[in-house]
Design a protein around this ligand. Structure first.
Ligand SMILES: [Zn+2]
Length: 503
């Protein structure tokens, strides 16, 4: 397909329910997960006439916090507006939102393009509004039901510039935003639970048309997973391409995503754009945001994913993919750092030259990380790593790593020790002692094992004498196997060398 001729232009609109205790304009509990219908409701969030809204200050703070984290300008003066439309899930007949003066304007989030290069996606604005109620249509009945638990839950909307060009970039943007919101504790940003909702605007235009006319825009809604975001965009690019190249016309419409068929489908043709008749919300005063408030909010922003990535790569000598595991799993990342700080102390206490110390530390970082990411996560068998539930203390884990590093236990024994540690929380030295896993360093004992191995492997001995260095390693492996991984490799190697050379 000559897709080179056409360039996709993609923008996202993302809604997130904020982590506040109460709703946006009343004191009802903000609990989108409440199963009992209409439990958290009052006259304000049910839109009774004559009620007055009071804006939730915490929600405003969370939106500003998000804006500061992604480099938006926070407007000095902001206001709420009424967005007027009729729908049964909106009892007031309007939604309180923000029109021309949102809390945050501009900003950016970086993603990786298909070649792995960093690409900046600009953010247009971040504003605050209220969620709607939820409709249910019981099967086989002639009526619908309204649940107001969700009505007026604070909802943040973030709109991007149309800088996205591929399905992967769309997914990455949503994923990175999700991570940032979780780091900030602004929102759970769970797509499956509807706490984060992604809408895609997508059109195709001729790549190097001089007038840069954009194609007809199609909207994809109700995407409830990151996979759905990526899949629907990829599908839609191909679909629009086929229509255009077949001589057809793209219709301006809203499409949904069929998870089973993996295709988008038409939901609603947009014949005219709705006029929402926005006007300033008369029941809420406009907002002045002073520098003092901004300073306080800024002080609450901790380390964000992007800076954590850079720091982990630099300080701990880890590969990109490994760093990403720690950035996404904050508990595991924090545990890793605690263990590393123990290891750093351990290295410092040893009398070595500066450059060797640095080298040792880098080795320990990688070793520690390998055991955490492959062995510990492997032993958890898909269960999430939760620091509070993990029985091994970072101190004990660090000690375990030094034992491997010092070759006091082989990798085979290490696996057994680790399993017992995770099960019981015991420290490694105790596990080794209790289970009789201690290393055999006794020369007499090792002499016997080495002699046995030499007897049984005459060919390898001959090969070694003919100059095959691999045979030596093979024989060491045999010694470790016979001793069930317990032979001290250094002592065993020395004995083996002596015996071979003297024969
Ligand atoms: Zn209420």
């Amino acid at each position: 397909m000559s897709s080179q001729r056409y360039k996709p232009t993609i923008g996202l609109e993302i809604h997130c329910e904020l982590n506040t205790r109460s709703k946006m304009f009343c004191s009802c509990l903000n609990d989108a997960g409440e199963k009992e219908p209409n439990k958290n409701v009052c006259p304000v969030c049910m839109g009774h006439p004559g009620t007055l809204p009071t804006a939730n200050q915490e929600a405003i703070k969370l939106v500003i916090k998000t804006g500061l984290a992604i480099g938006s300008d926070v407007l000095k003066e902001c206001k709420f507006d009424r967005k007027n439309y009729f729908y049964p899930d909106l009892p007031k007949g309007y939604q309180i939102s923000q029109y021309d003066l949102p809390f945050c304007s501009g900003g950016k989030i970086d993603v990786l393009d298909a070649e792995g290069h960093s690409k900046t996606i600009r953010v247009t604005r971040v504003h605050l509004e209220e969620d709607t109620a939820k409709l249910a249509h019981p099967a086989g009945s002639d009526h619908s039901l309204v649940d107001f638990n969700r009505s007026s839950i604070p909802l943040m909307e973030l709109v991007t510039e149309p800088d996205i060009e591929t399905a992967l970039e769309a997914r990455q943007f949503a994923e990175e935003l999700q991570l940032i919101l979780r780091y900030l504790n602004v929102s759970d940003a769970d797509l499956e639970m509807g706490k984060m909702r992604v809408e895609v605007n997508i059109s195709l235009s001729i790549a190097d048309a001089p007038d840069k006319i954009l194609g007809t825009k199609v909207e994809i809604k109700n995407l409830n997973s990151l996979k759905a975001v990526e899949g629907s965009v990829a599908y839609e690019i191909e679909r629009q391409l086929k229509v255009i190249e077949g001589g057809g016309k793209i219709v301006q419409e809203t499409r949904g995503w069929n998870e089973t068929k993996l295709e988008t489908f038409s939901q609603r043709i947009k014949e005219e754009s709705l006029d929402y008749r926005y006007f300033p919300e008369p029941d809420l005063a406009s907002y002045r945001i002073d520098d003092d408030l901004l300073r306080r909010i800024r002080a609450e922003i901790g380390e964000l994913p992007a800076s954590k990535r850079a720091r982990f790569a630099k300080e701990y000598f880890l590969e990109k993919q490994t760093v990403e595991i720690y950035v996404r799993n904050r508990d595991l990342g924090s545990y890793f750092e605690k263990a590393i700080s123990e290891l750093a102390n351990w290295v410092k206490e040893r009398e070595m030259k500066e450059d060797i110390l640095a080298e040792e530390f880098a080795k320990l970082c990688r070793l520690c990380s390998n055991y955490l990411v492959s062995d510990v996560l492997g032993l958890l068998k898909g269960r999430p790593f939760v620091q509070n539930e993990f029985k091994v203390t970072p101190e004990n884990f660090a000690e375990f790593v030094t034992l491997i590093h010092e070759e006091e236990i082989s990798s085979k024994i290490a696996k057994i020790v680790l399993e017992v540690m995770i099960e019981t929380g015991a420290d490694p030295s105790h596990v080794i002692e209790d289970r009789g896993l201690a290393q055999i360093s006794d020369e007499g004992e090792l002499n016997v094992i080495v002699s046995q191995v030499l007897e049984k492997n005459g060919k390898a001995v001959d090969d070694y004498k003919k100059g095959k260095q691999n045979s030596f390693q093979f024989l060491v492996g045999q010694i470790l196997a016979v001793s069930q991984g317990k032979a001290n490799p250094q002592v065993a190697r020395a004995i083996l060398k002596k015996k071979l050379d003297s024969e």
